[in-house]
Write a protein that binds this ligand. Structure first.
Ligand SMILES: [Zn+2]
Length: 256
């Protein structure tokens, strides 16, 4: 099994695009399809031809280019079964626990309802890759548009339970704002302070903060740390349920 090659790029205002390429079969998947010109430019840079789209959720900034890319390349579009009627051009629906093959690489589907009701993440266990889209960001998580905190918290726990050396690609460059917010929630976290400095340097140089390592998220992302005693004490919520602590953190971020 060859190592997958990855092309990361920014597009729209703050979306990340990601292409995944198997050099043996020459299959190339786009994780979501935020914007056709940016995806075409990324394909051109690498000399790749698009064969697949793995859709995470129905928001327009993740599916806008589905039909155009399907018309151009005849790509096969995989997407979430729980919002399949809102995914343009979908060919195959997948749900929690499903797995499929991408050029010899197993791809596991993890349902993470919260940001949308049917949001899915794609996990490639042998390649140690996670595509978390708008469920888990670097130092953040997606807004709760379609499901409440008591549903989103277990979704995040599913991702937290993956091997900590998993490399995480996510949907938006919100990291600097997330970092400043995280310091207000978890101000005594030494690992967080170190990480925020590294993020400030990256952004000052105009470089992307993706991908991230799951271990770093577990250590520093407040949205994965609602059960951390120090963080709970800081919020005065020692006796609350974990999901309630998560809900409070999410509500504070919405006002930040
Ligand atoms: Zn979204």
């Amino acid at each position: 099994m060859a190592t997958l090659e990855i092309e990361l790029f920014t597009c729209r205002s703050d979306n990340f695009g990601v292409l995944l390429h198997d050099p043996v079969s020459r299959r190339t998947a786009s994780i979501d399809a935020p914007e056709e010109p940016a995806i075409l430019a990324a394909l051109e840079r690498r000399g790749w031809t698009l064969t697949d789209i793995f859709t995470t959720h129905h928001h327009p900034d993740h599916v806008e280019a589905n039909l155009a890319l399907k018309a151009r390349f005849g790509v096969r579009i995989v997407g979430p079964k729980n919002e399949a009627d809102r995914i343009p051009g979908i060919d195959a629906t997948v749900g929690d626990g499903d797995s499929f093959d991408f050029a010899g690489h197993p791809v596991e589907v993890i349902e993470t309802p919260g940001h949308t009701a049917g949001h899915i993440c794609y996990h490639l266990p042998q390649d140690k890759l996670l595509f978390s889209a708008d469920t888990l960001f670097a130092l953040g998580c997606g807004r709760l548009f379609e499901r409440p905190a008591e549903v989103m918290w277990p979704s995040l726990l599913k991702l937290r339970a993956l091997p900590s050396d998993t490399i995480v690609y996510f949907g938006h460059e919100y990291t600097l704002s997330n970092a400043r917010f995280a310091l207000t929630i978890d101000p005594d976290n030494a690992a967080l302070k170190v990480r925020v400095e590294a993020i400030e340097t990256l952004r000052a140089e105009g470089r992307p903060t993706a991908p991230t390592l799951l271990a770093d998220e577990i250590a520093t992302n407040p949205f994965l740390r609602a059960d951390d005693p120090t963080l709970r004490a800081h919020l005065g919520m020692e006796d609350a349920e974990d999901w309630q602590v998560f809900a409070e953190i999410r509500a504070r971020k919405d006002r930040f």
